[in-house]
Design a protein around this ligand. Structure first.
Ligand code: GDP
Ligand code: MG
Length: 311
């Protein structure tokens, strides 16, 4: 099997992205071409700053975008285009697809994140993508706190033709992951994706549990997990940023999936997270269906955020 990024057919995704983000409106609700129509003065920049902050771009990233617009636009460049280019320059280095090298077998992905962000859904969508590429997938149902999570995964597994390994309710999640890894090795599976719980009685309890899962995985293969994928819900805005910092500090995140970009006016949080953490953004989710999921593309994202320039 050839190694490479997972990118089955993402065509048509951009259209859906645009039509669903903030319900089809650009996130920056003001009319940018009008805003930039006259001379770029302090008033213009202040109005733009408000727009960016309202879209949850965050204070730091907003500052650097405003600076860039200020510098270039005063030299007669088009304000909207400067904004677009600056956003793309910030995000493009982080638009790094998740690649599965041939050597790592099985390639182990550990998904983490708080409750309800879309971990289980993302695991299902990922299993489907890998399967569509002809890779064999084992899913570890390691959220043993929510019985419904196993059912949810069984359904995704069935559709993707992936094996789902689970145990009884309240089983040790690390034991489930261990089982899944053994099963994957026994049958020569290509990829193992572990779903995990998002909420325990305490935050420390959750991080301890995830750390334990990591240790079990590392005993199985010192290079694994090959990916610790943090799942963030874009509609949570600044909260998602706080989660990203917390999970990264505790576990060392290697990639981010950003879900629920459909219908949120807080999509600018992607920029805030990029600016603050500099972690690879692997995937975006724009709905509950299999096809509502694609590799992150900086240009498409910028176009959806600020409108695609057709004034
Ligand atoms: N609109 C929308 N809903 C999503 C998306 N991803 C997941 N969901 C929904 O969010 C809810 C929580 O998802 P789930 O995968 O169970 O989250 P988990 O608790 O992190 O495992 C479910 O109803 C999902 O269908 C997305 O990209 N867009
Ligand atoms: Mg779940």
């Amino acid at each position: 099997m050839a190694s490479g990024s997972i990118s089955p057919d993402d065509s048509g995704f951009f259209g859906r992205l645009k039509s669903r983000l903030n319900r089809g409106k650009a996130w920056l609700s003001g009319d940018l071409p009008t805003l930039f129509a006259g001379a770029i003065d302090d008033e213009t920049l202040e109005a733009l700053e408000t727009e960016l902050l309202l879209a949850d771009v965050g204070v730091e990233a907003t500052r650097s975008l405003i600076d860039a617009v200020d510098r270039s636009a005063r030299n007669g460049k088009d304000g909207v285009e400067v904004l677009r280019t600056t956003i793309v320059e910030l995000l493009d280095p982080l638009a790094l697809p998740l690649t599965v090298p041939n050597g790592a077998k099985p390639f182990v992905i550990l998904t983490v994140g708080v409750n309800g962000t879309g971990k289980t859904t993302t695991v299902g969508k990922l299993a489907h993508r890998f399967a569509a590429e002809g890779r064999s997938v084992v899913i570890a149902a390691a959220d043993t706190f929510r019985a419904a999570a196993v059912e949810q995964l069984d359904e995704w597994g069935l559709r993707a033709g992936a094996t789902v390994v689970s145990q009884a309710d309240r089983a040790d999640p690390a034991a489930v992951v261990h089982d899944a890894l053994s099963a994957a090795r026994a049958r020569g599976a290509d990829v193992v994706i572990a779903d995990t719980a998002g909420r325990l009685h305490t935050d420390a309890g959750l991080m301890d549990q995830l750390a334990k899962i990591r240790r079990v995985v590392a005993r199985f293969d010192p290079d694994a997990p090959h990916e610790t994928l943090l799942v963030l819900d874009a509609s949570q805005g600044q909260n998602a940023l706080v989660q990203a910092e917390r999970f990264n500090a505790a576990l060392g995140v290697t990639g981010i999936a950003i879900t629920k970009l459909d219908g949120t006016a807080k999509g600018g949080i992607v920029i805030a997270i990029a600016r603050k953490l500099g972690l690879p953004i692997r995937f975006v989710g724009i709905g509950e269906a299999i096809e509502d999921f694609a590799a992150f593309n900086a240009r498409e994202f910028a176009d959806a955020l600020i409108g695609d320039g057709a004034a």
